[in-house]
Each structure stands twice: as structure tokens, then as C-alpha cells.
Design a protein around this ligand. Structure first.
Ligand code: AOS
Ligand code: ZN
Ligand code: ZN
Length: 392
């Protein structure tokens, strides 16, 4: 099949409107429990993280928001961080809460049996809402490390009740136009049970809370073999898919570059998205990355990720849906499958290069960034101080 050299107008319009939010923590050092490697030029404060994230947007034109983590990205003056970001052409995005690094949370946070610990965790989330407003954002993301390691360690049922009550208090702190998004994860750091292990649990809590609570789907948070695109279709059907944490994995929550391990899975997910028009900004789904770059250059890793999502979205939009509907109506299983595969195998890179040039962006954002000298420049400038990383 010959490569596509020009995007059809409707696809070009959709891609111009489509944005991907990048996580501040992707620009800091990260690693495994064995070792975190430092890289020259790694940001030493949230301002430098924003500057690096702005590079990703400058090259791709598609990643205009940066998710922040509280308290890792706490600064004295969030308004100053916000205007610094805006001067560089990006906005502050979702605020991510953190109840997984303090000793008090050893046995849980919003689910803890001790009301004093729950109070502390709820207050942290209310503080996050204040930071969110200062940042000019309207979304708070909750991912909980809560769970147990051994059967019998605590009451699963009581913890669900505590969770529901704690979430209700946080939800009551929302103003109009704001929302919380609740992320699920089936294991890690807890290994026997997790308090929000799956989309069903997240959805049940969101439904009980109200319309301003939505589910976050992190692509790395499922058991191997899970049909993630089914979950996407179901949550969209319920109007409750709030956000994605895109990444890819081979084994567990690997947080590798999205589309690296299984590009076809990303395509299948994005095809469910486009079938329900959820790629359009009006759908309110926040397409975020949640990744760590342990070995590779962080900014390059982020640029590659944004391009992977953009290219795969273009392929999903290329599916001949009329022909597909026709094949499905005739129960022609293999033709229906072939229609999807044709779009998946189409090389859209030349068309996307032309699309970028039309917008005054580099045809090859990855190559342009490598040639820009930015990494060498910051490596020379950012001397002294402590490099930021996962957890600080
Ligand atoms: C943890 O496994 C989750 O993926 C979180 O979404 C995320 O990595 C964390 O909230 C970053 O603070
Ligand atoms: Zn995540
Ligand atoms: Zn994760």
C-alpha cells in the first residue's frame, strides 16, 4: 500500500483540534526501584520542567497543556508558574494528588480505618482543588495507592465505605465546571487487593458522586490480555470517560512510550474513540500521557509519544466506516477486519509531515528538536542544584 501524502480535509481539521496533555514528571529523572539515572540538563524545579514541556509543544503543536503533581510541583506562587507557562505557549493542566509518599498513609489514605488519616487525605485533596484554581485548571486527578497485601489484613467492604465517604467530601468541594477524575489500577503498590482496582469500581464511585466525577483509564493498569478498547467503548457509552493516561507496557505498569509495545492496541483504542467522536474537544476527554523516561532523552521521548498518538489517530480516522458498516451488515467477518487493517497499515507519516509544514511546524518534530541544540544548551546552563525526579 502506498504511503498517504495528503490528509483529507476532515481528518486534517480533527487533528488540528486534537491535543495531548503531557505530565510534568516525565521531564524529571525516573527509574526503577533498582536505580534512577541522572541526565545532564534535567529540570531542577517546576519552572524548568515547564520549559522542557513547552519544547514538546513547540515541535509538535499538539501538546499545549502540562499536568502538574501536588506537592512535587509546588511553588511559592502558582500564578507565577502559570504566567511563565503561558509566556512559553503552554497552559497548566490537571492537578494530580499524592497520598502515597507519607508515612501516615502506610495503610491507606482515603480508605484508611483511622478517621484522622482520612481527614488528612481529604484535606490534601481540598488543597489540590485550591492549587488547581490558581493554576487555571479545572480537573483534579485522584490515583490511590491504597490497598492491602494479605487476605484478612483489613476489611475490603469497610474500606469501600470509607472511600465513598471521603470522595463525597472532596466532590462537595467542587465548583461548577470543575471535575474529579478517578484512576483505577489493579495492583501495585498493593499486591493483594487495591481499593480502586478496575473501571467498574471507579465508575460506581463516580456514578454515586455525580456528573462531575469521571473515570481515568491508564492503559498500563490492566491485567495482561484485557480488552481495553471494550472498556473505552463502555465508558464512552456511559458518558464517563474523563481522561486517558497513555503509555505502553510489556509486563505491568511499565510507563513506556505510548504505542511502543503494541501500536495495534493503540489503534484499536483510538478507533473506539473516533467512532464515538470522543477525539473532538467537545467530548471533554483529556488525552494525557503518563510516562517515565528512564533511559532515553525525556523531551525526545515525549515528542515521540505525541507523534505516536497523532499518527495512530490519523490511521483510526482513515478507517472507511461506511464500507465497514456494509461489511458488518453482510456478516463478512474477514472483509470487516481487512478494512480496519488497511487503515492500520497505511503509512500516514508523509501526510502528517505536510500537515505540520502547512501549520508552520517542523515536518519532522523529532529531528528538528534533536538538531535544535536545546538539550546541549540546558545541560550547560542547568549546573548545580538538585535534579527533579519521580518523588521530588
Ligand atoms: C500510578 O501508577 C498512576 O499511573 C498515576 O496516574 C501516576 O503515575 C501518578 O499519579 C503520578 O503522580
Ligand atoms: Zn496513571
Ligand atoms: Zn501507573
Amino acid at each position: 500500500m502506498s504511503p498517504l501524502t495528503e490528509l483529507p480535509d476532515d481528518i486534517a481539521r480533527d487533528l488540528r483540534e486534537f491535543t495531548i496533555e503531557v505530565p510534568s514528571w516525565a521531564y524529571g529523572n525516573s527509574g526503577t526501584r533498582f536505580k534512577v539515572f541522572g541526565t545532564p540538563g534535567t529540570p531542577r524545579d517546576p519552572f524548568e520542567k515547564i520549559a522542557d514541556a513547552a519544547q514538546t509543544h513547540a515541535m509538535t503543536g499538539s501538546s499545549p497543556r502540562v499536568s502538574l503533581h501536588h506537592p512535587w510541583d509546588r511553588v511559592e506562587d502558582t500564578a507565577a508558574l502559570r504566567s511563565y507557562a503561558e509566556d512559553l505557549g503552554v497552559q497548566l493542566g490537571m492537578i494530580n494528588s499524592n497520598t502515597f509518599q507519607d508515612d501516615e498513609y502506610k495503610y491507606g489514605s482515603l480508605t484508611h480505618s483511622d478517621p484522622a488519616v482520612r481527614r488528612r487525605a481529604i484535606d490534601h485533596h481540598l488543597e489540590c482543588l485550591a492549587v488547581m484554581r490558581e493554576a487555571g485548571s479545572h480537573e483534579l486527578k485522584i490515583w490511590l495507592a491504597d490497598g492491602t497485601n494479605y487476605a484478612g489484613q483489613d476489611s475490603i467492604r469497610a474500606r469501600q465505605d470509607h472511600l465513598a465517604n471521603s470522595l463525597a467530601e472532596i466532590y462537595a468541594g467542587l465548583q461548577e465546571g470543575e471535575r474529579i477524575v478517578l484512576e483505577y489500577k489493579f495492583f501495585e503498590p498493593a499486591f493483594y487487593h487495591t481499593d480502586v482496582p478496575d473501571w467498574g469500581t471507579s465508575l460506581l464511585h463516580c456514578l454515586a458522586l455525580g456528573e462531575q466525577a469521571m473515570v481515568v483509564l491508564d492503559t498500563g493498569h490492566h491485567a495482561p490480555g484485557t480488552n481495553i478498547e471494550f472498556i473505552v467503548a463502555q465508558l464512552l457509552r456511559q458518558g464517563r470517560l474523563g481522561a486517558f493516561d497513555f503509555n505502553s507496557r510489556n509486563y505491568a505498569d511499565d510507563d513506556l512510550i505510548v504505542g511502543a509495545a503494541d501500536p495495534f492496541q493503540l489503534f484499536r483504542i483510538l478507533f473506539e474513540i473516533v467512532q464515538q467522536d470522543a477525539h473532538r474537544p467537545a467530548s471533554g476527554v483529556n488525552f494525557m500521557l503518563d510516562q517515565c523516561h528512564n533511559l532515553e532523552s525525556k523531551i525526545q521521548g515525549q515528542i515521540r509519544s505525541v507523534l505516536n498518538v497523532q499518527e495512530t489517530l490519523a490511521k483510526a480516522l482513515l478507517v472507511d466506516r461506511e464500507a465497514l458498516a456494509d461489511a458488518q451488515a453482510r456478516y463478512d467477518v474477514l472483509e470487516a477486519n481487512a478494512i480496519l487493517m488497511d487503515a492500520f497499515w497505511t503509512d500516514v507519516r508523509p501526510a502528517l509531515a505536510a500537515f505540520r509544514e502547512e501549520q508552520g511546524l517542523p515536518a519532522d518534530p523529532f529531528g528538528a528538536f534533536r538538531a535544535s541544540g536545546y538539550e546541549e544548551k540546558v545541560a550547560a546552563e542547568r549546573v548545580g542544584g538538585n535534579q527533579m525526579g519521580w518523588g521530588a
